[in-house]
Design a protein around this ligand. Structure first.
Ligand code: HEC
Length: 132
């Protein structure tokens, strides 16, 4: 192996190292998600119409999405958020379209949440679903 190619290999390895390190540094999903600043606006945009006190969704299911407390309380059948586990949280299952189309949320002809919006909800749940 010549000196030049060895140097080139080291440089290449260094570049790989930098890329790997960059991959390990704070990814957007590791930044803390805030309920009030990040999650609430998504719920207000897509759910408030029906899930505020007296709305059709609230009357039918008991789910009031107007505050942290009421969101954590869930429906008349129980919680829709399992802190730390978005995979099994009803809130994520329905908004990510993982349930039967007839029960996914939002209901009816409303547009589904974007990947970014469902990602915000999932991250917040996985980070512990705090009142932050
Ligand atoms: C157009 C009205 C409407 C909108 C918008 C809406 N919902 Fe609903 N939601 C309902 C109705 C009505 C029910 C009662 C159960 C049913 O008919 O499926 C319900 C029920 C639910 C339930 C209980 C489901 C169950 O199986 O017990 C959850 C959870 C829910 N909604 C979450 C949401 C979320 C989160 C959003 C926003 C992303 C949302 N909904 C937007 C009307 C709506």
């Amino acid at each position: 192996m010549t000196k030049v190619s060895k140097a080139a290999l080291i440089r290449a390895a260094a570049v790989v190292g930098v890329v790997v390190l960059a991959g390990c540094s704070k990814e957007p999903e590791e930044l803390p998600v805030s309920f009030s600043k990040d999650v609430m606006p998504v719920l207000q945009k897509h759910c408030s119409e029906c899930h505020l006190s007296g709305g059709v969704g609230e009357v039918a299911s008991g789910l009031d999405l107007s505050s942290y407390e009421s969101t954590m309380k869930g429906t008349k059948f129980g919680a829709i958020v399992r802190p730390g586990d978005s995979t099994s949280s009803t809130l994520s299952i329905l908004t990510e379209g993982r349930a039967d189309p007839s029960i996914n949320m939002p209901h009816g002809d409303r547009p589904p949440l974007s990947k970014e919006e469902t990602g915000i909800i999932a991250k917040w749940i996985n980070q512990g679903a705090e009142n932050n």
